[in-house]
Design a protein around this ligand. Structure first.
Ligand SMILES: C[S@@+](CC[C@H](N)C(=O)[O-])C[C@H]1O[C@@H](n2cnc3c(N)ncnc32)[C@H](O)[C@@H]1O
Length: 288
């Protein structure tokens, strides 16, 4: 019965609207901070609809296959697997990249790092660019995509990450070179007009305090490696051309020390930029 007492048919079970409500409630109880968004994206995936189209299809019943897929996807997310891994792809700058537990999920703050890196090579026709700790290849690929003529190489010590990055190179069709390299051995000699890096910067002691999505699913070697930030800075100084730029993403509270290190090494035009949460997140400088 409705509020006005008139008889109305019960909502059909397993309509888009019904499954969306149930999934949202389920994900909320399992600790997702964005249960409605998660449910919408997972249901869109299960039905082949665009997210916006769900709103025009609330009364459409899911068929048995769609329902099975929706159950499986929502179940994975309920176990705190990151939404991005469940979907298997995620947007970064203008690109859609394959993401899975072989590498870190590209973050919005890293899009700002790309912005700063692009500014450092803005005047150069064919800058030689090194991305240290390339992971999915996100930074390297975005730079190749957005700076025509950039000659971009991505390095990583993780064979898994490099395999995923190679898939993204193939998927995007962008010309990025990949190589296995340990940043603690110094950086490839180049010389480079830009060294860019989002190195592992989480303090090992803080790993246990991270959200389950990060702590239990993302590769720990992508999150934390003691001394990596300093090793990238020192390594970059040795392989940058005169006038070459360094742009680094760093953890909350690290900007002051990292900016000081850049200045001590003799880098000039040292600038710190904030992310969307107003945290000092990017440090850059130029080798004189
Ligand atoms: C924070 S993730 C960044 C991934 C990607 N660039 C991004 O921004 O999404 C750090 C990357 O550094 C790599 N890494 C960790 N230790 C390394 C080392 N010793 N040498 C080279 N790469 C390393 C990890 O495998 C991981 O891909």
């Amino acid at each position: 019965m409705s509020d006005d007492g008139s008889a109305r048919p019960a909502p059909a079970a397993n309509t888009v609207g019904h499954v969306l409500r149930l999934s949202t409630a389920h994900l909320a109880t399992r600790g997702s901070e964005t249960p409605r968004l998660d449910a919408e994206l997972l249901l869109a995936r299960a039905t082949g609809l665009e997210r916006i189209e769900l709103y025009m299809a609330f009364d459409r019943p899911l068929n048995a296959t769609e329902l099975d897929v929706a159950r499986e996807l929502v179940g994975r997310r309920a176990r705190r697997e990151p939404l991005q891994y469940v979907l298997g792809e995620w947007g970064f700058r203008r690109l859609l990249l394959t993401v899975d537990p072989r590498a870190l999920i590209p973050r919005p703050e890293t899009e700002i790092l790309v912005e700063r890196a692009l500014a450092l090579i803005a005047g150069s026709e064919a800058p030689r660019v090194l991305d240290v700790g390339t992971g999915t290849g996100a930074i390297a690929l975005a730079l190749a995509d957005e700076h025509a003529g950039a000659l971009v190489t991505g390095i990583d010590s993780s064979a898994d990450a490099l395999a995923l990055a190679a898939e993204n190179v193939a998927r995007t069709g962008l010309a990025v070179q990949l190589a296995a390299h340990n940043l603690f051995d110094g950086l490839p000699s180049g010389p480079w007009d830009l060294v860019v890096s989002n190195p592992p910067y989480v303090d090992a002691a803080d790993l246990a305090t991270l959200q389950p999505e990060v702590r239990d699913w993302e590769p720990h070697q992508a999150l934390s490696a003691e001394g990596a930030v300093e090793a990238v800075v020192r390594g970059a100084y040795d392989v940058l051309t005169s006038g070459g730029g360094l742009a680094l993403e760093i953890g909350a509270g690290q900007a002051g020390a990292v900016a000081t290190l850049l200045r001590e090494l003799g880098l000039i035009e040292v600038v710190v930029s904030r992310d969307l949460a107003d945290v000092e997140r990017i440090v850059e400088g130029v080798r004189p």
